[in-house]
Design a protein around this ligand. Structure first.
Ligand SMILES: NC(=O)c1ccc[n+]([C@@H]2O[C@H](COP(=O)([O-])OP(=O)(O)OC[C@H]3O[C@@H](n4cnc5c(N)ncnc54)[C@H](O)[C@@H]3O)[C@@H](O)[C@H]2O)c1
Length: 376
């Protein structure tokens, strides 16, 4: 008999339903110690609660998250709501004695993230934050290269997450375009956890940043025939310094809603004098490895389905977003059950707070038009 991890979802929108789809195909994981089961869902919208009725294991559908948290059936809560609600809902989850997989950015700003981390530590509950791309086979290979000790002197690190649908000025505004819901950090709150997770886990912690932040369209259709103001940062380029083995190394973090042609493109590049690696979801099967021997060469490897948690999927098949999202949940469940081993884990509360320190420094840098020190 496997342990069962009974999950409740608060926020059944884009990501809440993605999580439901991950639990529904949990059986693809091979020899996995835990079975995940979605048992309860809370959302404010009837049409979304109706959608979840097709999930046979769901016993509770509610518009009141307190009702979900009162259910003794729920062990773990996934909260996927607008950023202005993160702190209050995460604290309620912890106060109810449940474990938490929090959606990024783990609170609307640094102060909120710090309070959530404190409450998580006091509660003793298992708390992690969402970031799924590192669980793709290509990302795992870049991590392996970075840890191999074969890079020589580290030259530079570049980590990017790009979207492009906002290039269309007729795209309607939603809560992600407004500071009161999304936060002053704007696109960094939306896309930033995805670009810092791997560098942070590799011990690449930036000490200062010079940030270039852009607001591009200041208003958009509101979807109801009117116009809505959009006041969040759309694109952010953070030019950072890392201290690595006694040297200062450049690291660039790029978070963009307006990156021409990039639908949901996550990429990472780590370059050294002797070796390096580059991976982008734009070419999901391609891993590029750099080697300096007598001659210098970039080698392209056609990747298969070598995910951190083995599955029944054929080893030559192509992974995508739903696969890495399932792998991230597997990492959460495995770590919670004490069986993560040496595998890559989900973002910790410390890493989430650290990401907010980077974003807070970026705001300061933009205000002063100078490099800002990233606090501890
Ligand atoms: N990991 C990823 O790749 C990824 C991708 C997109 C969004 N996100 C994050 O997920 C979170 C949600 O984003 P989304 O795109 O799913 O948004 P969404 O707008 O599609 O869904 C949010 C849902 O929360 C519900 N909601 C609002 N207030 C609520 C309340 N008090 N109680 C219960 N439900 C409530 C809304 O009705 C809505 O259905 C955000 O933190 C966002 O940054 C993560």
């Amino acid at each position: 008999m496997k342990d069962v991890m009974k999950v409740g979802i608060i926020g059944g929108g884009l990501m809440g339903r993605e999580a439901a789809s991950a639990f529904a195909r949990w059986f693809v994981l091979e020899n996995f110690p835990v079975r995940a089961e979605l048992v309860a869902v809370c959302d404010l919208q009837d049409k979304l609660l109706d959608w979840f009725q097709q999930v046979p294991t769901v016993k509770l559908l509610t518009k009141d998250h307190r009702e979900l948290l009162a259910s003794p059936d729920v062990d773990v809560v996934y909260v996927a709501v607008p950023h202005n609600l993160h702190e209050a809902l995460y604290l309620d989850v912890l106060a109810a004695g449940k474990d938490l997989l929090a959606e990024k950015p783990f609170g609307i700003d640094l102060a909120a993230a710090t309070r959530i981390r404190e409450a998580a530590a006091k509660s003793g509950r298992f708390v992690r934050c969402s970031s799924e791309f590192p669980f793709l086979p290509g990302a795992q290979r870049v991590i392996e290269v970075a840890r191999s000790g074969k890079l020589g002197h580290l030259l530079e690190v570049r980590s990017c997450f790009w979207h492009s649908s906002d290039l269309d000025p007729t795209k309607a505004a939603n809560w992600k375009r407004q500071v009161k819901f999304c936060g002053e950090i704007g696109v960094m709150g939306d896309l930033g956890m995805h670009v810092v997770h791997v560098p942070f886990r590799l011990g690449m912690n930036p000490v200062r940043t010079y940030a270039q932040l852009q607001k591009i369209y200041l208003e958009r259709p509101d979807g109801k025939g009117g116009v809505a103001a959009c006041d969040t940062w759309d694109n952010a380029m953070l030019h950072c310094d890392l201290e690595h083995e006694g040297r200062t190394v450049p690291m660039r973090l790029e978070m963009k809603r307006l990156a021409p042609g990039a639908t949901n493109t996550w990429s990472i590049e780590i370059l050294g004098t002797d070796g390096g690696a580059r991976y982008s979801t734009a070419e999901p099967k391609s891993l590029w490895l750099f080697e300096r021997q007598k001659e210098q060469r970039w080698t392209r490897i056609d990747l298969g389905f070598q995910t951190p948690f083995p599955t029944i999927t054929g080893g030559i098949f192509e992974p995508g977003f739903p696969d890495c999202f399932l792998q991230m949940w597997a990492a959460y469940a495995a770590e919670r059950a004490g069986s993560l081993g040496t595998r890559f884990g989900c973002v910790t509360p410390d890493e989430a707070v650290h990401s907010h320190q980077v974003f807070a420094a970026a705001l300061e840098s933009h205000r002063t038009r100078a490099a800002a020190v990233i606090g501890d």
